[in-house]
Design a protein around this ligand. Structure first.
Ligand code: VGL
Ligand code: ZN
Length: 240
């Protein structure tokens, strides 16, 4: 059955860690991490039409964080508070009203989930949110842990498959992460599951600009056709 994820005011969009250090040229680049930016900008447009809260999480480490190699952790230093690498990708069109959640700020504690040690659950509950849509970086770390916590906390949870990319430290990690999220009750969606997509004005990137003179409906159709081959994501079968 065709899915229909009409956005309601009880929904929230959670954009996970779309920061310079996780994008090309950054300290811990996620392969093709930048590719989530235009897709997330489309989701942002959809969510701005409702009064649904829009949350952006950020990895916000002190310089001596336990996850860094010098402290015995697995990662190179990344997303250090108030550095260029910790800033959101400059093309991400975060609205002024976006709620920024900083996480993994305790030097002695790793925190991959946006809910871990933050006020995120409180913020969502106070806003009356019952369903969250999650995209960003990285599928196999912070996206996965944020989605699993959202499920544990009782939120209906939708993984935005075209707006996530993963690290794949081991081949298959991303696929396993997606399977684990779905097994725990997350649903999956892509832009074409949103009825609002058809009304979106063309995105600002170069190939859609060429198409901008044609009718809007054509732009939406063309965009959809191009998204599947370009993305590395793969649909995972679930029981219908
Ligand atoms: C992340 C590795 C280390 C993430 C954060 O945002 O997924 N991954 N710190
Ligand atoms: Zn980190």
């Amino acid at each position: 059955m065709k899915k229909d994820f009409s956005v309601k005011s009880t929904d929230a969009l959670i954009i996970v860690d779309v920061q310079n250090d996780f994008c090309s040229g950054g300290a811990l680049p996620v392969p093709d991490g930048d590719q989530v930016v235009p897709v997330l900008n489309d989701y942002i447009k959809i969510f701005k039409k409702t009064n649904a809260p829009l949350v952006a999480t950020r990895d916000w480490h002190p310089p001596n964080h336990i996850s860094f190699k010098a402290q015995g952790g697995p990662w190179p230093p990344h997303c250090i508070q108030d550095t260029e690498g910790a800033k959101f990708h400059s093309d991400l069109k975060l609205p002024d009203a976006a709620i920024i959640i900083s996480k993994a700020t305790d030097p002695l504690k790793e925190a991959y989930s946006g809910f871990d040690g933050t006020k995120l659950a409180d913020v969502l509950n106070k806003a009356g949110v019952t369903r969250v849509f999650v995209g960003g970086l990285a599928t196999d770390y912070c996206v996965k842990n944020t989605v699993l916590d959202a499920r544990k906390l009782g939120f209906a949870t939708v993984l935005l498959l075209d707006a996530v990319r993963g690290i794949n430290v081991k081949p298959g990690d991303v696929e396993a992460a997606i399977a684990e999220m779905l097994r725990n009750g997350a649903e999956q969606a892509t832009l074409d599951d949103f009825p609002e997509t058809i009304e979106l004005p063309p995105a600002g990137d170069s190939d859609t600009e060429v198409l901008a003179k044609k009718p809007l409906i054509k732009v939406a159709t063309k965009k959809k056709a191009r998204m599947r081959p370009r993305g590395k994501y793969k649909r995972v079968r679930t029981e219908q």
